[in-house]
Design a protein around this ligand. Structure first.
Ligand code: ADP
Length: 411
């Protein structure tokens, strides 16, 4: 059993870099949490604060409900696996895995059973007597995992453990780690800059940018309902298309286009506060339907044309790149469509997968956010929107208010 809870955790490095801002999450027992985001967004710093390798500037960290802010790393019952797995070259695989337990004076028999059990899980049993130099990259990384597994920690922390492996091995190791996690059944926090690793491995993803959490959610949730334009652009390849434009009388008018894109009833309701205002229409490359596709029929009103300039052939699919006004557009389509040499492409939007964003805040427009914004305006009306209701008859209160007003004017 191990839960990990971070409550408004912050890191301010000496010199003033505020690397992590108010990081809060409740990690449940046996979850596989992936921190993902571009380089420098604070993923490793957060992981290192959980490990105790970096001090928490303020905020709280609990492991299994116990406050851990000032516990030494060795007292946190965690094991960390890094990108560079320094194995002892002169020791066998068996001894590499047994080493930490020997240091902890674990009885020999116990060490033996733990090492053999880990080797089984990691499919390393045939290699126990080999030295690291006689292993492949993937096998070495599994030994590094084995060293963590034999310690039976409450929590595994992994910092980009696959980034030194070649592309093919990374894919293989991704599913290996997922399988190992299932067998070991321990709470895991995994850091990566690779959104595909996050999507394929995580039970929940934490997307970070500039030290701030952008969204926490299951992979499909983050992919389907991104919280803002950053998440929408970061998760998924090729990235989501963003069409800038205006909402007017049930249609979206993309900048630099003669087309108007019809809005569905549901979308009209969602965008009720945006009439005659600018919004960003988000749609993923895989949710645009080429006009020669039979699914296009009946979707004419939801379609637009764009100038196409590059056709990227990937075997079964092609990515057609182009522009609409100043916006880039990418469409993922079946390679059976001959789009070579075509300069203008018409596509329809599969509206079920559309996501709208507020152009100035870049946040997704959702019914919840609309309700929140309306409530906020009601509580904090700005001056222009204040309606002063004049009382019909002058009663006690209005006379009082008038006299206060006159006093203020005099001052
Ligand atoms: P990530 O793991 O997402 O690439 P890091 O957590 O390593 O990001 O870094 C987050 C930010 O903190 C970066 O701006 C980085 O330059 C800064 N940073 C990291 N370590 C230190 C340090 N020891 N001293 C000062 N700033 C640091």
């Amino acid at each position: 059993m191990a839960t990990v809870q971070l409550v408004n955790v912050n890191k301010v490095y000496d010199g003033g870099v505020h690397a992590v801002h108010d990081f809060s999450i409740d990690i449940k027992d046996k979850e596989f949490i992936v921190f993902v985001g571009p380089s420098g967004c604070g993923k490793s710093t957060t992981l290192r604060m959980i490990a105790g390798l970096e001090e928490i500037s303020y905020g709280e960290l609990y492991i299994d409900g116990k406050l851990m802010n000032s516990a030494a790393p060795k007292d946190r019952d965690i094991a960390m696996v890094f990108q560079s797995y320094a194995l002892y070259p002169q020791m066998t695989v068996y001894d590499n895995m047994a080493y930490a337990l020997k240091l902890r004076k674990v009885p020999k028999q116990e060490i033996d059973s733990r090492v053999r059990a880990a080797a089984e899980i990691l499919k390393l049993t045939p290699y126990l007597n080999r030295k690291p130099r006689a292993l492949s990259g993937g096998q070495r990384q599994r030994v590094a995992l084995g060293r963590a597994i034999v310690r039976r920690p409450k929590v595994f922390l992994m910092d980009e453990p696959l980034s030194n492996l070649d592309a093919k091995l990374r894919v293989a190791m991704r599913s290996e780690i997922v399988r190992i996690h299932k067998e070991v059944d321990a709470t895991t926090v995994y850091v990566t800059h690779d959104q595909i690793e996050a999507m394929t491995m995580a039970s929940r993803i934490v997307v970070m940018k500039g030290g701030f959490i952008q969204q926490i959610g299951e992979p499909n949730e983050v992919y389907r309902y991104p919280n803002n334009m950053f998440v929408a652009g970061f998760i998924g390849t090729p990235a989501m298309n963003f069409l800038h434009g205006r909402v007017e009388r049930g249609c979206f008018y993309p900048d630099g286009s003669d087309d108007k894109i019809k809005l569905t009833d549901e979308q009209i309701k969602l965008l009720a506060n945006y009439e005659n205002k600018r919004v960003v229409y988000g749609i993923r490359p895989e949710n645009l339907i080429y006009e020669k596709d039979e699914r296009f029929a009946g979707l004419e009103d939801f379609s637009f044309s764009f100038d196409c300039n590059i056709v990227e052939k990937l075997g079964d699919i092609v990515n057609v790149h182009g522009t609409l006004g100043k916006d880039e557009v990418i469409v993922k389509m079946n390679s059976k469509y001959a789009v070579d040499g075509v300069t203008s492409v018409r596509v329809a939007i599969d509206t079920e997968y559309a996501r709208f964003f507020n152009e100035s805040t870049t946040n997704a427009i959702t019914p919840e956010r609309n309700a929140y914004e309306e409530a906020e305006v009601a509580v904090n009306p700005d001056e222009e929107k204040v309606v002063i209701v004049q009382p019909e008859k002058k009663g006690f209160f209005s006379t009082l208010i008038d006299s206060v007003k006159t006093k203020f004017k005099k001052k």
